[in-house]
Design a protein around this ligand. Structure first.
Ligand code: CTP
Ligand code: MG
Length: 249
């Protein structure tokens, strides 16, 4: 009898990969998803992780308008994606608008959807599997988290007003996973122009849903500023060096 190495995911899962941002803080003058890291675009690295996880029947990539380079990247990776359908749509002026454009292209048959930032380009496949499995097992919303290592202060103006108990704080990453119908409904409740919505789990919390946590991974860090890109280059140099061991994270 063939050995089963991982339990099958019962629910059809789609991934919305948001890559339509302009990358202002990276300061390269081109969309962040198009920036090269170890010779490949951040979008290619992000799609590699999703396809390696083998959780998705459909991946909807949300791109800046009229981006021939990124459209070609998606088309090329789509051709080698095996049983996963990879398509692209054009995003909007806020992350929320871009997620919404992606959600609209998620097939009705996908009961589970993962929303992922292309900027978290080195997210290991295991994070996608953990999040997808937790939603498939019945959670309405799931986020990958890490402990917070800094002491965090609440500040009003220039004065510290309090210090939350660090043991209760978590830093939240993507992919975030949801029952697709619930996330569609949650998005209907906010204007797509809102900059205050920094992740999708917030919308579920506002609806009173329980948002569950699973372990994140340090390698799922977001490439935001130039220093993050240096770190990503170093990670890839180490990962791709002959005979190198996996990075402990
Ligand atoms: N994003 C998007 N559409 C937008 C804004 C952001 O699809 N209108 C995506 C980005 O491409 C990124 C993710 O949301 O993968 C997280 O956003 P962020 O890291 O802030 O990326 P940018 O908005 O591109 O960067 P910046 O805020 O520095 O301009
Ligand atoms: Mg942004």
């Amino acid at each position: 009898m063939p050995q089963q190495t991982s339990s099958p995911l019962p629910a059809a899962t789609a991934v919305v990969l948001v890559a339509a941002g302009s990358g202002q803080r990276l300061g390269r003058g081109i969309p962040k998803a198009r920036v090269l890291c170890a010779g490949r675009t951040l979008l290619e690295h992000a799609l590699d992780g999703i396809l390696a996880a083998r959780v998705a029947v459909s991946v909807v990539v949300v791109l800046p308008a009229d981006d021939a380079v990124l459209t070609a990247v998606v088309d090329r990776l789509a051709a080698g994606a095996g049983g996963t359908r990879v398509s692209s749509v054009v995003g909007g002026g806020t992350r929320t608008a871009s997620v919404r454009a992606g959600l609209a292209a998620v097939p009705e048959s996908a009961a589970v959807v993962l929303v992922h930032d292309a900027a978290r380009a080195l997210t290991p496949p295991g994070v996608f599997r953990r999040v997808a499995a937790a939603v498939a097992a019945g959670a309405e919303a799931v986020v990958p988290v890490l402990p917070v290592v800094d002491t965090v202060k609440i500040v009003t103006g220039t004065v510290v007003t309090s210090t939350p108990d660090r043991t209760t704080l978590r830093a939240v990453q993507t992919p975030q996973g949801f029952a697709t119908a619930s996330l569609r409904a949650a998005h209907l409740a906010v204007p797509a122009t809102s900059d205050a919505v920094t992740d999708d789990a917030m919308l579920m919390e506002a609806r009173g849903a329980d948002v569950h946590v699973v372990d994140g991974d340090a390698l799922a860090f977001k490439v935001t500023a130039p220093l993050d890109l240096l770190v990503a280059e170093a990670v890839l140099a180490q990962r791709d060096a002959p005979g190198s061991a996996p990075l402990p994270t």
